[in-house]
Structures are given as C-alpha cells and as structure tokens.
Ligand binder design. Structure first.
Ligand SMILES: CC(C)(COP(=O)(O)OP(=O)(O)OC[C@H]1O[C@@H](n2cnc3c(N)ncnc32)[C@H](O)[C@@H]1OP(=O)(O)O)[C@@H](O)C(=O)NCCC(=O)NCCS
Length: 376
C-alpha cells in the first residue's frame, strides 16, 4: 500500500457505540441521545453512566453511582504529598499526567483488566481527577486543600473545592453542562492515544496518562486556554481587525475556530454561547464574553466561504472566565470531563482488543555502506 493517511483523516480505526458526529449537519449524539437533549436534562454523572453502560441509569443505579463517586473523591495522602512537592515546578496538565500515573502505582488492582474492576477504575479516576485539579490550584494559591463535600454533585463539588465558596445554582448548572459537552467526542487525538496504549493491554491509568498528555497540545485541548489569551490580548473591539490580520499574516490560526470534523458551527459552541448569555448577566467579566461575540462575528465575515466556525473551545473560554476559573485550568477541566469518554472507549477496547500497530511508508535511503566513525 503506497498511500499515506496523514493525520488518519477519514480513517475508521474502530467501531463504537458511544458517540456519533455529523460534521456537516453539526450533530453530536452520545449513545443515541442528542447533545442538546442531554445538555438540557442530564448531569455529568448520568452521562458517564450512559457511556459506561450504553443506557441511562435507573434512579437506584444513579444514586449508587453518585455514592461511589463521592466515596472515591478523597485524596490519597501520597498523591497529596506529591502535589505539595510538585506544584511550584509543574504546570497543571503535567500535574494530572503524573497524578494519574501515581494513582495507578498505588492501586493494587491497576493491572486487573477484567470488566468489573475496569469499571471501578474508570469511576475512581473520574472521581479523583477533580480533586487533584482543585487541590493543585489551592496549593499554588498558598491555600490549604478543601475536603470534598458529600452533599454536592460532581460539578458543584469541584467549584466548591476550587474556591471554598458555594457556587450559585446557575454556576453549578452551567458547569455541569460544560462537563457534559466535553465528556465524549467519538475518535480524536487523545482518545486515540488512550486506545493505542490500552491496545497493548497496558493498564487504564497509563492509557489515561497518555490521553492527558495528548490533550495538552494547543491543537486539541489546549485551544481553550489559547482562546482566553487571544481575547485578552485583543482587549477592545476596535483592535480585532489589526490583531486578526497580523495573526493570519504570520500564518497562525485563530484558536477556537475550525475543526477537523465540523464544517459548520460545533453544536457544543451553540450551547455554550447560550449559557454564556445567562452567566454574563451581572458578571464583572462579561466584557470578555461580549468581546468573544464580536470576534466571532468579525471572523464570520473575514473567513466567509471557508468552513471555519467556532468550536467548543471558543465559548468555553469565556464561560469559564465568567465562572471565575483561572485560564490554565481550562484544559485540565477538559480532561476532568473527557475522562468519562476516554474510560468508556477503553472499556470497549479492553472488551474486544486488537493491538494498534499501523505501518509507515519507508522513503529513506537503501544499501548504504557503514563507514567507521574515524573515517567519516
Ligand atoms: C482544529 C484544526 C487543527 C483542524 O484543522 P484541519 O482539519 O487540520 O484543517 P487544515 O489544517 O487542513 O486547514 C484547512 C484550511 O483552513 C485554515 N484554518 C484552519 N483552522 C484555522 C484557524 N483556526 N484559523 C485560521 N485558519 C484556519 C488552514 O490554514 C487551511 O487553510 P488553507 O487551505 O488556505 O491552507 C484547525 O482548525 C485549528 O488549528 N484550529 C485552531 C485550534 C483549535 O481551536 N483547536 C481545537 C479543536 S476542538
């Protein structure tokens, strides 16, 4: 075979029951449920159950999952010690990578790849990741970590552990929906990374560490933080044209715009924009959301004719800003949501594994004569 599928564009690497995307129509469906429906009615915990089980939970199953996640949220003292030592030297995404590997080292069941244990591992990493992120932020702010609260759901508890304050009902709900919007997205770079690692029958912790490292890059999960810096650098509406022209002239890309699959507006961006309007009411940071809207409108005119539209990162940046979340936590929060999808793909992978081992087309030299180093 002499063709190269650069970027694996258009290649199906597996079959999945988890997610379907129609990039032309702007459709995103988790296990048969439309994203608009889930964003309106569901919670992060419920969507995780859906992805892990391919059906929605009963009330009892929901309560049981909720209780298990709450019981798993607490920080292991060894991981806490590591975070205390590490935070001055390490940025948040690498902190997550290291914390997940350490959690794997501390879990005696980490190499048990049977389905019941893998499900518990998925729940455990999902529960703990939010605590790691909040704790990292507390420590670097010179504050003591806050214990998780068992009366709060996953989204509310994270905001509480981050700030020490009880979030408003609106902020809790908006953050919960943001987690739902980020939890799953069919095949993508980080999910594929997890899949490649899982396909060697390495354990779920290492597969998730691979995925976190992949999500870190600015062409994937790192784009939401980059959007924040773009809008902040623009500062005022009148600076938009000069800023964008200079950026494009340098051959750079506007972060939060464009998508490998969506050739229309990403449905997650539509939902986040709606939420943004709600959170902007009375927010001291609403200028940031308003400027994002102006930038979106300008780019719509400037890039007209090209299939380049806002993606999920474009509005998640301004929504998180208005929730008071620091910009360098946007990508870790993406991971904290996507953990549901990564682990669900891994459950599919482990249940029907095939080692991922593609080819590369050799285009190098042949028949070269080895010359001793002294004679070169
Ligand atoms: C996501 C992304 C990597 C997908 O890109 P892709 O499928 O590889 O698309 P291509 O690189 O083939 O780009 C196609 C064309 O659109 C342009 N383009 C793509 N994204 C662009 C952007 N954000 N700003 C300006 N131009 C962009 C490319 O320069 C290229 O133009 P050309 O045909 O004149 O050379 C790309 O859109 C991007 O870099 N976006 C910004 C980063 C981002 O928001 N990532 C988060 C994704 S959820």
């Amino acid at each position: 075979m002499s063709e190269i599928a650069r970027g694996l564009e258009g290649i199906n690497v597996t079959a999945t029951k988890l997610c379907r995307i129609d990039g032309q129509k702007g459709e995103l469906v988790y296990a048969g449920y439309d994203i608009f429906d889930l964003a309106e009615n569901s919670t992060f915990e419920e969507v995780c159950f859906l992805l892990w089980n391919n059906r929605l939970p009963t009330a009892t199953e929901y309560a049981e999952l909720d209780a298990r996640l709450k019981s798993m949220r607490r920080m292991d003292p060894i991981v806490l010690n590591l975070l205390r030592e590490m935070w001055p030297h390490v940025r948040p995404m690498r902190t997550l990578e290291i914390a997940v590997e350490l959690a794997g080292a501390l879990d005696p069941a980490s190499s048990d790849l049977t389905l019941p244990t893998l499900r518990l591992t998925a729940e455990r990493i999902t529960a703990k990741m939010s605590t790691w992120i909040a704790t990292y932020h507390r420590l670097r702010s010179g504050l003591e970590p806050i214990e998780p609260r068992d009366d709060l759901n996953h989204a509310s508890n994270f905001l509480y552990m981050l700030t020490g304050e009880m979030p408003s009902d609106l902020h809790r709900r908006v953050f919960d929906v943001a987690l739902i919007l980020h939890v799953e997205h069919e095949m993508n770079a980080s999910t594929f990374s997890a899949m490649v690692t899982g396909s060697t029958m390495s354990d779920m912790y290492s597969a998730i560490a691979s995925a976190v490292g992949t999500l870190k890059g600015p062409l994937h999960g790192g784009a939401n933080e980059a959007v924040y810096h773009t809008v902040e650098a623009i500062k005022e509406e009148r600076n938009i044209p000069t800023y964008v022209e200079a950026l494009l002239a340098r051959g750079e890309r506007v972060m939060g715009i464009g998508h490998r699959v969506y050739k229309t507006t990403d449905p997650r961006a539509i939902i986040l924009e709606r939420l943004g309007h709600q959170v902007a009411e009375g927010s001291p940071d609403r200028w940031y959301f308003d400027l994002s809207l102006k930038l979106r409108d300008y780019l719509g005119r400037k890039l007209a004719g090209k299939p380049l539209y806002p993606n999920v990162d474009f509005f998640s940046a301004s929504v998180y800003k208005m929730l008071g979340i620091p910009a360098d936590l946007y990508t870790p929060i993406f991971a904290m949501a996507r953990i549901g999808g990564w682990t669900a793909h891994l459950l599919e992978q482990y249940a029907d594994n095939r080692l991922v081992r593609p080819n590369a087309l050799y285009q190098g030299e042949e028949n070269r004569e080895y010359v001793d180093i002294a004679a070169r």
